[in-house]
Design a protein around this ligand. Structure first.
Ligand code: BDR
Ligand code: CA
Length: 308
């Protein structure tokens, strides 16, 4: 049976690549794409989601979510993703109607339908999930797992301590991490090892099929930003979270107790990972630490065949 999933996202260059990967997979039954303000404002993440799913020639409910964090102003990242959110890529205007329910109501609707089997993949700030959990207290028992791109054991990319998706709405992340829902955190510890090298990008996109020039532009935009930071290839963070649901064995992981810093002046948004079990708290998160990079790259090659 396919895995029923909702993808909560803020496209986003790497979100777009992640969506390409997700919609190419015969392992996933994508029930909905729910949008959130993050990399760019909500209106644009929603438009990009509609345009992308239409461009893939697929269908899914697309539901609009929160325009900004629970308590703070939204901080966006146009300098990474461009003003449109998908760099210089121009897509035809999509033809999917926005679903009548908003993100949190759609999440609940699908959770009820799948009786505990629904998975959620989050590729942006956790605002929609936190709102869903606050509005529907029984939701926590109706989700099989949340696989989230966010956080890290050791590093930050938005502040020295915090990764972007957690930093943007740490209060929301705190609610999700305390929810008791099984969590897999695909953070920077793993995504920084999942680089796709320039020659691999060329191989992946050399097929000349109907999506290859768009995929190439997305990868190359990601590559140029990553090179500014000395990375040896493109780090497509969000795609690794999708890959980890399609094939969980692609990442290596360990269970830890993880909490979210919401007060720290220098550390707001840090995922505090109890690596040495000093708190003796029961682990609440499966933390991705490594990746089978070769197989990750192979997955993209398989993805391109699906769009041929
Ligand atoms: C995360 O931040 C966003 O800019 C990316 O889309 C990804 O979800 C990486 O820290
Ligand atoms: Ca994202």
């Amino acid at each position: 049976m396919k895995i029923p999933v909702i993808i909560d996202t803020d496209p986003g260059v790497d979100d777009a690549i992640a969506l390409f990967l997700a919609f190419s997979s015969d392992k996933l039954d994508i029930r909905a794409v729910t949008t959130v303000g993050g990399n760019i404002p909500l209106e644009k993440t929603t438009k990009n989601s509609i345009d992308l799913v239409s461009y893939f020639g697929k269908s899914a409910k697309i539901s609009k979510g929160a325009s900004g964090p629970l308590l703070r102003e939204l901080e966006t990242a146009e300098w990474v993703h461009g003003a449109s959110g998908i760099a210089s890529v121009k897509l035809p205007k999509g033809n999917i109607e926005l679903y009548e329910k908003n993100a949190w109501d759609t999440i609940y609707e699908e959770a009820i339908k799948f009786e505990g089997k629904l998975n959620i993949i989050t590729l942006g700030p956790l605002t929609n999930i936190a709102i869903a959990l606050m509005k529907y207290p029984d939701l926590k028992d109706k989700i099989e797992r949340i696989t989230l791109m966010g956080g890290a054991c050791y590093i930050g990319n938005t502040t020295p301590a915090a990764e972007f998706n957690i930093y943007v709405d740490a209060e929301a992340a705190d609610i999700v991490f305390k929810s008791g829902i099984p969590l897999t955190m695909v953070g920077l510890d793993a995504t920084h090892k999942a680089v796709v090298l320039e020659e691999e990008i060329n191989e992946i996109t050399s097929s000349g099929n109907r999506v290859s020039s768009v995929v190439k532009e997305l990868f190359q935009s990601c590559l140029s930003v990553c090179k500014l930071y000395g990375a040896e290839g493109a780090i497509v963070h969000d795609a690794l979270a999708v890959a980890a649901v399609i094939d969980p064995s692609i990442i290596s992981k360990k269970e830890y107790y993880v909490s979210i810093e919401t007060k720290g002046e220098l550390t707001y948004g840090k995922t505090v990972v109890d690596i040495y079990d000093v708190t003796k708290n029961k682990p609440n998160v499966e933390v991705a630490l490594g990746v089978d990079r070769e197989r990750f790259v192979q997955m993209f090659k398989g993805m391109m065949r699906e769009y041929a």
